[in-house]
Every structure is written in C-alpha cells, then in structure tokens.
Design a protein around this ligand. Structure first.
Ligand code: V0D
Length: 264
C-alpha cells in the first residue's frame, strides 16, 4: 500500500548532468564552441533592473558554461564579450562592462587555474582601459602554461576589421616581394587572422532569440553548425549547454559532401 506512494526515483525523471555528460562524451564533442552571449539587458529589463545588473548576472553564466565545457572536453570556448560596435553604448554602461574582466578574474582566476584552463583574448587590446588590460594580462600570464581548455574572450572584436587588417598585412608582404600574389590562398588568409592558432568553431551558439552573426567570425564560421535559443544569457544554464551539444551531435556534418545524405 504505502510502497506505491514512495517513489524510489525523484519525481522529476531528469537525468543528472553528470550522466548526460558521460553519455555525450561517447560521441563527438565539438573541439571549439563559440558563443554570442546575448540578452543580458533584456533579462534585467524584465526584472525592472538596470542593464548592468544583467551584465553582472551574465558573468555568473560565463563561469557555469566554462566549467561544463571543460568537463565535456571542449578544447576552445570563445565568448563574444564586447564588440567593436558596443562602444556606441552609454559611457556609464561601457565603464561598467570594462570592470567585469577584473571582477571576473579576481573571483574566478583561482578556479580557472585549478581547472587547467588557459585564458586568451582576440580583438583589439590596445584601446581597452588600462585596468581592463592589466587584469586580462595577468590572467593570460598566470594561465599561459595550462594545457586544458582555452577560454578565449572576444573583446573589442569585429570580424570585418580583422579581415581588413589581414588583407593589409598580406598586401604588405606582396608589395615587399616576400609573398607572390599567386601564393595567396585560404591558408595564408587564415594565418593572418586573430584565430590563426585556433581550430575553426564547430558549434556557434547565440542566446536570446536573435538570429544573426553581428560581425562575429565571418570567415571562421563558414562550416560551423549554428544553435539559436530564445533563452537569455543570464538564464542559459548547464542543461541549455547540454541541449545545444545534443543538437550538434544529432546533426550529420557533411562539409558540403553527400556523405550519409540524399541530397537532391
Ligand atoms: C557582459 C555577458 C566576463 C556578456 C557576460 C568587457 C556581457 C558578462 C568577461 C571577461 C562581460 C572578459 C575577459 C576576461 C575575463 C572575463 C567579460 C565583458 C563583458 C566585456 F579575461 N564577462 N564579461 N567581459 N559580460
């Protein structure tokens, strides 16, 4: 009688995160995951909070997603933290944003080190405030010898500007006669991008329901699988990340070939 009322399993038939992770690791894990962390302002607005409260909450998501990505065996996690277009925002918001790297690192650098994570950055470093630069510098220096996951922040990054700079460098080499025009190929272009040392992203996630690239890694995303979700970045949790990974694993990656597909 009573036995029927006592459940042996929790009411929710949810599978634990660690069981899901174990299961996923038996299949292909994307080596490089890139994320456009959108929806922080909207998250705050819905709670009648200032936008900066959303940015601050978003930082906690960065911590969560870094940890689970590392647990899954992701090799590179690139997070789009600040775009070249973000300078158009109110100064007060920019000032707050520029304090986040320092706050994030003073709170979480010890655990990043413990997790063997290597902190890197792409984007134009030079124009960032001195205090932002020094916080990031310190983190890069202290994690330089870590050989676990690379946590790559795209800060003051814009893809078209990256391509303009690459074209200039290549043109310069051609002009100097170091490189002949006939020898310019995809490999040469790749080697002049800020991501030259990284594998191309296998999976791009954008949160908050926007379905565009916003000048993010235009060249590098040529063959990447895209996963869009309506979830706002501060609400994006471990389960959301696992769902995106599951979506990735369930798709056949064809690279334009016909392998396993009946293309018309
Ligand atoms: C705000 C959501 C961590 C997106 C996440 C200045 C918008 C929280 C960093 C960070 C931001 C950057 C570099 C680094 C360590 C941490 C960060 C910005 C914004 C842009 F080495 N969160 N975060 N940077 N937000």
């Amino acid at each position: 009688m009573l036995g029927k009322l006592i459940r042996k399993k929790p009411v929710s038939s949810a599978v634990s995160l660690s069981d899901q992770i174990t299961d996923m690791k038996s299949r292909q894990i994307p080596a490089h995951v890139a994320i456009i962390m959108d929806g922080n302002g909207r998250w705050a607005k819905r709670r009648n909070l200032p936008r900066i409260a959303g940015h601050h909450e978003g930082m906690k998501t960065v911590r969560k997603i870094t940890r689970i990505s590392n647990d899954l065996g992701v090799k590179v996690l690139t997070l789009y933290a600040f775009s070249t277009e973000n300078w158009k925002r109110p100064k007060i918001e920019i000032d707050f944003l520029m304090k986040l790297p320092g706050e994030f690192l003073s709170t979480y650098l010890p655990e990043l080190i413990e997790q063997n994570v290597k902190v890197e950055m792409i984007g134009n470093f030079d124009v960032l405030p001195e205090h932002t630069k020094s916080a990031i510098h310190k983190a890069m220096k202290e994690t330089a010898n870590n050989d676990g996951m690379t946590l790559n922040f795209a800060m003051n990054y814009g893809s078209r500007l990256e391509l303009v700079e690459a074209v200039k460098e290549i043109a310069q080499l051609a002009q100097e006669g170091v490189l002949s025009v006939e020898n310019i190929d995809e490999t040469v272009i790749n080697s002049h991008l800020m991501t030259a040392h990284l594998p191309e992203p296998d999976l791009l996630i954008r949160t908050s329901g926007e379905v565009r690239l916003s000048n993010f890694m235009l060249w590098q995303l040529a063959y990447t699988e895209f996963s869009f979700t309506d979830v706002l970045w501060p609400d994006f949790d471990e389960q959301c990340m696992l769902n995106a990974m599951k979506e990735f694993q369930s798709r056949s990656r064809r690279f334009g070939s016909v392998e396993g597909e009946n293309n018309a």
